[in-house]
Design a protein around this ligand. Structure first.
Ligand SMILES: [Cu+2]
Length: 386
């Protein structure tokens, strides 16, 4: 509502200004001024130099942006194929910069050089085959090169060898959370259907499917370093997009179909935290948070917790009101730690069985749930305060 009022006020101000200039023009009638609508040499000169001014603005803003926001781009990739994505991106950037710098300079220089002059007539020619061939062939060759390299990168990244020993994990997207399902030792995910969703079986796993017997459903994603992780994505409701920026991985999650992406992590979470650039980044973030905390405490509010780096699985498709907070922590373990973490996890079949067995009326049993609720409530309050 406030923004609407601001827009209305701005529009009214603009109208008022426009009317004022009209009144000013009227007061000038009869004075010795040039009211002709045809551009004079002087007007053309001004326009010519303004072109150069705009060119300078473009260059200065580009250089400023490079220094100001350049360091914010993603740094060291944490997956095997990540460097391939990065080099494709970097080649595209370099090409864009070079082409942009040359074409903008030429465009604005010629606009200045051939600015209108009295008594000067424009030379007319219908076409020039050599020129047209030149400006068609060069972009065509460059673009074809880029596209071919992109295709080569894409097929390389998307190729999943069925014979290869991979960890198969399902990423289940729904408004607004992620759930992971591990395929277990048989490396095959059991069938699932939305119609089978009931109680703790939140992913609708078909519990009668032999392949589903060893499936494990979990809300925190652990993956082992150095092993290919084969993700299969599903969505319960709308389009989501599984985005793991540090692994240079992104894939849409589409209701009614299974999409896939596979990558091999090359740094454990702990190793990535120790990378010099990350140490520096985290120190910077924490310096900002400390400063903010001092302000918060002065106002009688709670201080912010210090930040530590974690890989995240984010949703990269605007899927609703809480889209911004649709995320899951991804922890890359050493293969040994991963094994240890996974070994005592109950399968979904066991979980459903436990849920169905009538629990003895012990006070503690319900207590667990209520604390969980409190935790979530506390988290919501924290987010709202941020
Ligand atoms: Cu989403």
């Amino acid at each position: 509502m406030t923004s609407l009022l601001v827009i209305i006020v701005l529009v009214l101000l603009a109208v008022a200004l426009w009317q004022l200039t009209k009144i000013f023009d009227l007061t000038q009638v009869g004075a010795n001024s040039d009211s002709s609508q045809v551009a004079s040499d002087n007007d053309n000169n001004v326009q010519g130099y303004l072109m150069f001014g705009f060119l300078a603005f473009l260059y200065i803003f580009t250089i400023y942006g490079l220094f100001k926001w350049g360091p914010l781009v993603l740094h060291t990739p944490a997956s095997e194929h990540g460097s391939l994505v990065d080099s494709l991106m970097n080649i595209s950037w370099v090409l864009l910069f070079v082409v942009q710098a040359i074409t903008q300079a030429l465009l604005h220089y010629f606009a200045f050089k051939y600015k209108g002059k009295k008594e000067q007539k424009a030379l007319y020619f219908a076409d020039n085959n050599r020129l047209e061939a030149l400006w068609s062939v060069i972009p065509a060759v460059v673009l074809a090169g880029l596209i071919l390299y992109g295709l080569y990168a894409w097929t390389n990244i998307m190729f999943i060898d069925d014979e290869e020993d991979t960890v198969v994990i399902e990423l289940y997207a729904q408004q607004f959370k992620w759930t992971a399902r591990y395929a277990g030792p048989d490396k095959v995910l059991g069938k699932a259907n939305v119609r089978l969703i009931e109680g703790v079986n939140t992913l609708g796993v078909d519990l009668s499917d032999p392949y589903a017997q060893d499936d494990i459903v979990i809300s925190e994603l652990h993956i082992p370093k150095g092993k290919k992780i084969h993700f299969k994505m599903r969505s319960q409701d709308v389009l989501h997009s599984a985005y793991m920026p540090y692994f240079r991985a992104q894939m849409n999650c589409v209701p009614g179909m299974v999409t896939e992406f596979a990558f091999t992590p090359i740094y454990t979470t702990d190793e990535y935290r120790e990378l010099p650039y990350m140490v520096e980044k985290v120190a910077n973030i924490n310096a900002i948070r400390t400063k903010k905390s001092i302000e918060l405490v002065a106002k009688g509010q709670t201080a912010l917790d210090p930040y530590s780096f974690d890989y995240l699985l984010l949703c990269n498709k605007i899927c609703g009101a809480s889209h911004y907070n649709m995320q899951m922590k991804v922890i890359v373990d050493t293969p040994e730690d991963y094994k240890k973490w996974l070994q005592d996890k109950p399968t979904i079949v066991q979980e459903v069985k436990t849920a169905k067995t009538p629990a003895a009326p012990v006070d503690g049993a319900k207590g667990v749930d209520s604390t969980k609720g409190k935790d979530t409530a506390a988290a919501v309050v924290k987010i709202a305060m941020k």
